[in-house]
Design a protein around this ligand. Structure first.
Ligand SMILES: [Mn+2]
Length: 330
């Protein structure tokens, strides 16, 4: 039988052994991990990968509702040992694929409520969430839930080509271009410790940047990453975050369209997949309480470029979280 749960190092239920079952066969869970429902009773999940197939908040190309399944499909080649950090994330923590949330595709307000509710439920036992979108609208309810669980507004690192702090579109408050203005207004992020990374491209006007600065955001542009380099960027981010509980959101359009063509609002001049992975690895030890990767729209992808980039970003985020879980247990 394919995909029988198996015990690995650490007593955890591990991913399918691809030396025994071809990794291109069977159901595509993230990294071929066990499903949440496959865990024996009494066996707690430390990190849950969850999909949110929702894209009713997009302003340009639609299709990110298919991102979750695409990232899972593109994650089949991920192996269980991460040599960049000398860690085996799935042995250090029980990581599972919790499936997808069922959110209303016709009612954004209801969708946001469902996401917040489900995120709180999934984290009730102390699990951390690694969420796969979906468009960027979903980050607002995820931040609400992260802050509720942390007991204080979370620090927030936002990897994106765009600010996503605009006010409204067509009078709509809740869209994929507005979640972080709402998050500031709601007080669910710690404005002493929030920063965009990788922004670029034309804006509506200078006021976009002035508003954003007034909200408290720091900005490390795509150009800064190129000119200052990964190490300096990492130093700046670590200083900004300190020991606060931290949420990380990665809009895959932070990468250049050459690295991630399959997304809703692509902009030229972006980071490489190597740069983002190096920056994420530099955040090791920070108190990461949750993360997401959003805006993968497979209809515009080629040869799984975007899916592979997103699945690797998620893998390094899981590595960081697994590291923390293992540290807490030891
Ligand atoms: Mn975004």
């Amino acid at each position: 039988m394919l995909h029988t749960p198996r015990i690995i190092e650490g007593g955890h239920i591990g991913p399918v052994n691809s030396a025994e079952v071809p990794r291109f066969s069977g159901e595509a869970t993230y990294a071929l991990l066990p499903r949440l429902r496959d865990l024996p009773s009494g066996h707690q999940a430390d990190i849950k990968v969850v999909g949110i197939p929702f894209d009713a908040g997009v302003s340009y190309r639609s299709g990110a509702r298919f991102g979750c399944q695409h990232v899972r499909q593109s994650s089949r080649l991920l192996r269980p040992y991460n040599p960049a950090t000398d860690t085996s994330p799935f042995a250090q923590a029980q990581v599972v694929d919790a499936g997808d949330m069922a959110v209303n595709p016709f009612n954004i307000n209801e969708a946001i409520e469902t996401i917040e509710h489900d995120a709180l439920e999934l984290t009730a036992n102390g699990s951390s969430l690694m969420t796969i979108g979906g468009d960027h609208t979903i980050a607002l309810p995820l931040l609400r839930a992260a802050t509720a669980r942390a007991g204080q507004p979370v620090a927030f690192l936002h990897f994106d080509a765009h600010l996503d702090t605009w006010d409204t579109y067509f009078g709509a408050d809740y869209t994929h271009g507005t979640p972080f203005r709402r998050a500031v207004e709601e007080g669910v992020i710690d404005t002493e410790a929030i920063c965009h990374v990788g922004t670029r491209g034309p804006l509506y006007g200078r006021k976009d940047l002035e508003d954003d600065r007034r909200f408290g955001f720091g900005i490390i542009t795509s150009s800064d990453v190129f000119r200052q380099g990964v190490d300096e960027v990492v130093d700046r981010l670590r200083q900004r975050v300190g020991r606060r509980p931290l949420y990380i959101s990665v809009d895959i359009d932070v990468l250049d369209p050459a690295h991630a063509p399959g997304t809703g609002t692509p902009e030229a001049g972006g980071m490489t997949s190597r740069e983002i992975l190096e920056i994420l690895r530099g955040l090791r030890g920070l108190n990461i309480v949750g993360a997401d990767v959003v805006e993968v729209a497979p209809a515009y992808d080629h040869a799984e470029l975007t899916g592979i980039a997103a699945s690797h970003v998620a893998y390094d985020l899981i590595t960081l979280m697994a590291d923390l879980k293992a540290g807490r247990k030891n």
